[in-house]
Design a protein around this ligand. Structure first.
Ligand code: NDP
Length: 333
């Protein structure tokens, strides 16, 4: 991490690819820990929020200038001095953006004991942090009743595509939006009853025709949130998952806030890490099996190769030009 961005992160400046440091894999000291080879890294919207001044406090620490970025990833154990891990085992957790890394703190690294014949990249997508976000918060806050109407933004992404399918499984009518016609086609494929491109179709008009909405899953904030507030049913639940339209620009002044009072809207903001302990076991028991049985579709992937592609991949997610769950394949095995 090389420079704090003032708006959108700039590839090659915000993040630089540095090949100056190498470790000797045979002799690097492990201090009782494990040596991991990084295979897959996830690129997620929230990485932008960690590219800030260290003094600004938030739910996740700021990245340190001069240090590698970190995010959820999958690695394979190369050497181990910890009896709980063996060479060749696959591990999911927060990894530095490095080809190899030594971990002495292993409490938050999870072995992938059974890959259910899924690609390892699925474990940072629908079977990883974004999938857990969708699963935990839907179960915790949606209070879904058959026949209700849900509106889901960024519906072709890692979180949104899972939410669409959870809402359909609960018997709701699903309205979903995304930023390209290709994404609209995918949202229909996975079950959305009404899917539209918010760049070419007016969100308020769609919601007026297809709503009112009982559950709003907000991934974008800004104008979409304003439209959802305008189309909310009495006692609607708003699940405030993210506001990606606001991460790089001057905040949009959202109108329609008085509807929160008049329509008795319940607003739930959350950070998935707070919900995960409650749902983790159920998630891993249920979700991989649903995917292998074909009942739950993985979202499309947007794959970049090699650590040197990190800067471009991070920018693409912030700009919304990614075409699915953004992952970096750092090494094949
Ligand atoms: P996605 O894979 O959906 O990628 C980001 C997408 O955001 C883009 O593809 C783009 O889709 C959309 N986007 C980008 N810029 C804008 C914009 N200006 N206006 C509207 N949409 C935009 O990401 P995830 O599924 O990983 O994450 C979805 C949301 O969930 C994010 O807001 C993220 O911050 C949040 N999140 C929250 C968590 C929590 O604990 N609360 C945990 C994980 C994620 P499109 O083409 O549709 O515009």
């Amino acid at each position: 991490f090389n420079e704090i961005p003032t708006d959108y992160p700039v590839p090659g400046r915000t993040v630089v690819y540095d090949t100056s440091q190498a470790i000797d894999l045979e002799s690097v000291p492990l201090h009782g820990g494990i040596l991991l080879k990084t295979l897959v890294l996830s690129i997620d919207p929230y990485l932008r929020s960690r590219m800030r001044d260290m003094n600004i406090k938030s739910y996740m620490p700021a990245f340190q200038l001069g240090e590698p970025l970190q995010n959820f990833g999958v690695g394979v154990v190369v050497r181990s001095e910890n009896p709980a891990f063996k060479a060749g085992e696959y591990v999911y957790g927060v990894l530095p953006f490095e080809e190899y890394s030594v971990h002495t703190q292993v409490e938050d690294l999870y072995k992938i004991e059974n890959n259910h014949n899924l690609p390892l990249s699925a474990f940072v997508g629908t079977v990883g942090m974004p999938g857990q976000t969708a699963y935990c918060a839907w179960k915790e806050y949606a209070q879904a009743k058959k026949g209700e109407v849900a509106f889901i933004t960024t519906g072709a992404g890692a979180v949104g595509s899972f939410v669409i399918q959870l809402a359909k499984r609960d018997g709701l009518k699903v309205i979903a939006s995304a930023g390209s016609d290709e994404k609209v086609a995918f949202m229909k494929e996975i079950g959305a009853d009404v899917a539209f491109n918010y760049k070419t179709t007016n969100t308020s008009q769609v919601l007026e025709k297809e709503g009112p909405i009982d559950v709003y899953w907000d991934n974008v904030g800004g104008e979409a949130l304003e439209a959802a507030l305008g189309a909310a049913a009495k006692n609607a639940r708003f699940i405030e998952c993210g506001m990606i339209s606001q991460y790089n620009v001057k905040p949009y002044p959202v109108m329609n806030l008085m509807n929160i009072v008049g329509r008795e809207i319940k607003i739930y903001g959350f950070i998935m890490l707070s919900l995960l302990p409650k749902y983790r076991d159920a998630f891993y028991a249920e979700v991989p099996a649903l995917i292998t049985s074909g009942e739950l579709k993985l979202c499309k992937e947007d794959v970049s190769k090699g650590l040197e592609s990190a800067g471009e991949a991070i920018l693409a997610v912030q700009k919304g030009t990614n075409t699915g769950k953004s992952v970096i394949i750092v090494a094949d095995q």
